[in-house]
Ligand binder design. Structure first.
Ligand SMILES: Nc1ncnc2c1ncn2[C@@H]1O[C@H](COP(=O)(O)OP(=O)(O)OP(=O)(O)O)[C@@H](O)[C@H]1O
Ligand SMILES: [Mg+2]
Length: 191
């Protein structure tokens, strides 16, 4: 595979929490254009930590990348803020849904498009999310707090899709979701 087909390149990273707890050592992975890469491992193996390192969400957990490099299309991204990364198309769906409980499903989805500059495309993007997850369309006016766990997971994934991302990092995406919901999303959103 040539280097120009690599979108995300994680090269030998080490992550330490609280300056002393070594959690990742020499972790490398590459995500090719239009590719899906799965991280498998037991509880505590370091999957969430790897994703947090890529989207630079470690600081809030007192974690640091102390070795190695992370590149997005050849450009080093370890020092970019999570907001910068979203602007560059890297978006993470965190483990555990994290919907805005008091907002409706549709308003939750629209928060994902808040930073977009192509405002004219948002309605079409929303339709696309409703095509992936018809259940969200049915529940669009419901307050997220009163929707089911699986519906909230669809909402969290849908909100990330509303940023029009080029790289999506999904932590435990299947949690609470029927397989057909995930399949519909992963087969139709490879761009
Ligand atoms: N904020 C933190 N401070 C200190 N140690 C942490 C922190 N977060 C995670 N760890 C430790 O890092 C290791 C990896 O945790 P991580 O959450 O990355 O695993 P995981 O593979 O996502 O596990 P799971 O399948 O249970 O979600 C664990 O030993 C965990 O105790
Ligand atoms: Mg985890």
């Amino acid at each position: 595979m040539s280097d120009k087909n690599i979108v995300l390149n994680v090269n030998g990273i080490e992550v330490i929490y609280n300056h002393v707890i070594l959690v990742l050592k020499g972790v490398s992975l590459q995500v090719p254009e239009q590719g899906i890469v799965s991280l498998l491992g037991g509880n505590g193996a370091g999957k969430t930590t790897t994703l947090r390192a890529i989207s630079n969400l470690l600081k809030g957990e007192r974690g640091d990348v102390t070795k190695g490099s992370i590149e997005l299309r050849g450009e080093r991204i370890e020092n970019l803020t999570p907001a910068d990364l979203v602007n560059r198309g890297v978006v993470q769906v965190m483990e555990g849904r994290h919907c805005f409980a008091h907002l409706s499903i549709e308003d939750n989805l629209l928060t994902g498009s808040y930073t977009r500059k192509d405002k004219g495309e948002i309605a079409a993007n929303l339709d696309k999310v409703y095509t992936y997850f018809p259940r969200l369309k049915t529940r669009r006016t419901s307050q997220a707090a009163y929707t089911s766990g699986g519906e909230q997971q669809m909402c969290a994934i849908g909100r990330a899709l509303m940023t029009n991302p080029s790289v999506m990092l999904l932590d435990e995406p299947s949690m609470g979701l029927a397989l057909r919901s995930l399949k519909r999303c992963s087969t139709s959103s490879k761009t």
